[in-house]
Write a protein that binds this ligand. Structure first.
Ligand code: 13P
Length: 258
């Protein structure tokens, strides 16, 4: 039995303004009970413009919900118009930051080198990266999903020391399952997540591999989360669309009751 605490993180993507973010976080906090936080770590990843509001609410009401950003600059500061740095996110007391989400790889041309620099920037400023990896449909159809995903893991963690790697979160998100309603079968997800853990063991050690939390993401809903969470190497979910519905996200956090 793994000692890894499951992590259920809601990636809001480009949804909810700062007022909606407050209302949504309050709704989540109201519905979640201490026993939920004892069993599962719960996090939200709002847009940058919401983070200060979420921080203020979490601190003022002493909420147990963790929060983080959806991206981080590889740079610490300077002439990088539109970017948000690690020191800025650390100042907002973010716990997590998603790095290399497939939407950033696809629409912002983030390569494994850029993703690696962002992973390092996160660690440098005390943030835990959620390193997102996963294959496109053509890659899966060609049967290359495992090697493709492992190359992204290796690229993303290049030159990251073992002590840091052990605290990372890796999110396996097959691109074809994101926002499509096509959930990857639990056993297919487990196949890749087990291979990711094997890769971490090869790059570092079994001890590091046993510590790293691996999430599945892609059309996770209350109706399919239990089967996904029953897999040995899946330690949580990175939830997109369903995290925008507070009742649904609470049900996902309570996957054991499904
Ligand atoms: O990309 C995702 C989370 O990062 C998954 O999105 P959906 O849950 O909407 O498929």
């Amino acid at each position: 039995m793994s000692t890894r605490t499951p992590l259920m993180a809601g990636n809001w993507k480009m949804n909810l303004n700062h007022l909606e973010a407050i209302a949504h976080t309050q709704k989540l906090a109201f519905a979640l009970a201490d026993k939920d936080y004892e069993a599962v770590e719960v996090a939200v990843l709002p847009p940058f413009t919401d983070l200060r509001s979420v921080q203020t609410l979490v601190e003022h009401d002493k909420l147990k919900i963790k929060y983080g950003a959806q991206d981080i600059s590889a740079h610490d500061g300077g002439a990088y118009t539109g970017e948000i740095s690690g020191p800025m996110l650390a100042k907002l007391k973010c716990t997590y930051v998603a790095v290399g989400h497939s939407e950033r790889r696809q629409y912002h041309h983030e390569t494994d080198e850029i993703v690696n620099a962002k992973v390092k920037a996160a660690f440098k400023h005390g943030l835990t990266p959620i390193l997102c990896v996963g294959e496109e449909l053509e890659v899966r159809e060609a049967g290359n999903h495992v090697s493709h995903t492992l190359a992204q893991v290796e690229g993303g963690l290049k030159d990251v020391p073992a002590e840091q790697a052990a605290t990372a979160v890796i999110a396996y998100e097959p691109v074809w399952a994101i926002g499509t309603g096509k959930v990857c079968g639990a056993e297919d997800a487990q196949e890749v997540c087990a291979a990711v853990r094997g890769k971490i063991a090869e790059l570092y050690s079994q001890d590091v591999a046993d510590k790293v939390r691996i999430q599945y993401g892609g059309s996770v809903k209350s109706g399919n989360v239990a089967e996904i969470m029953a897999q040995a190497d899946i330690d949580g979910a990175l939830v997109g669309g369903a995290s925008l519905d507070a009742d649904e996200f609470v049900k996902i956090v309570r996957f054991r009751d499904q």
